[in-house]
Ligand binder design. Structure first.
Ligand code: PLP
Length: 294
């Protein structure tokens, strides 16, 4: 698809149930001017978002993404999203996506300064081609995130578990990783535990046991990680959430960064230490992630 477009959503309160919300969506070309200069999402990054992988016009893991959007909104004291309205907006956008991989983003902003309502929209665009990283893998470096594991609970105003629009820090971490000769980063807490990547979750393999950092230390609970865990459990593997000391990273038999659009990217090196990869296993994981998932 070369066409990029957005549906501007006229937000209906969650309490106002309707069967059909299609008259609340206005389609615009992605290049068309659509936002006010007073928009708080652009002025302060004050809002939340989701990125959904779309395969052959099917939005993957739609319900978990909608739940996480609502959870992020709650953490940010934004009005409760009308989940059914968002679901219909994604369905309308996805139906226009061509065969192959696309990405739909959901954006809920605090709105225009002094304005009465939040601003909401979804965008649809072709996904980048990640076939190379899914097979050849990525080198990562660990980067100190500067917070200890207790920070999320001690200081909820840091919004550590919310998917906010303020991704400048995450993008800076990716640039730092590139400066250090790597493709991606893994954040580590100031007290030495593994967290997540700037735009992905980390899954480690130790024998037949799979471990991911527990999502209570101020990291996002990844929809892809959850889906991969269901899949691994159905194949008889043990899946665990744990506090993972950074020193365990190089002990792993294999490791992946997983996320909604790139899917499973095998890690080939951590801070310059080679990590083993299992091509057939990763291919099977990505075949699963590319299959229709609800
Ligand atoms: N952690 C962070 C900080 C992210 O930005 C993302 C995705 O963008 C993830 C984890 C993975 O989440 P998901 O699998 O739902 O894409």
């Amino acid at each position: 698809m070369t066409r990029r477009f957005a549906l501007i959503i006229d937000p209906v309160p969650a309490s106002e149930e309707r069967a059909d919300y299609s008259d609340t969506f206005t389609e615009v070309d992605a290049a068309a001017p659509a936002l006010s200069v007073g928009e708080l999402s652009t002025q302060r990054g004050d809002g939340v978002f989701e990125s959904i992988g779309v395969i052959d016009a099917h939005p993957q893991e739609l319900v978990p993404h909608l739940h996480r959007l609502a959870h992020s909104a709650q953490l940010c004291d934004l009005p409760v999203p009308n989940v059914e309205q968002w679901r219909q907006a994604v369905r309308v956008a996805a139906a226009q996506c061509p065969p192959g991989e696309s990405v739909i983003k959901l954006i809920l902003s605090r709105g225009v300064e002094h304005g009465p309502t939040p601003t909401a929209w979804v965008t649809a665009a072709p996904a980048s081609d990640f076939s190379w990283v899914r097979t050849e893998g990525i080198r990562v470096v660990t980067l100190d995130r500067g917070y200890d594991l207790g920070a999320a609970e001690r200081a909820p105003w840091l919004l550590l578990g919310a998917k906010t629009l303020s991704y400048a820090v995450n993008m800076a971490a990716l640039r730092e990783a590139a400066r250090r000769g790597a493709d991606d980063a893994v954040f580590v807490s100031s007290d030495g535990f593994v967290l997540e990547a700037p735009t992905a979750s980390l899954i480690l393999r130790f024998g037949d046991r799979f471990v991911t950092p527990a999502p209570n230390g101020g990291i996002l609970h990844g929809t892809t990680q959850l889906s991969v865990y269901d899949h691994l459990a159905s194949r008889g593997f043990t899946t665990e959430y744990a506090q993972v000391p950074a020193s365990d990273l190089t002990e792993a038999d294999a490791a992946w960064l997983v996320s909604s659009v790139r899917l499973a990217a095998p890690i080939t090196a951590i801070d310059g230490h080679a990590v083993a990869t299992d091509r057939a296993f990763t291919d099977a994981l990505n075949a699963y992630l590319l299959s229709p998932r609800d």
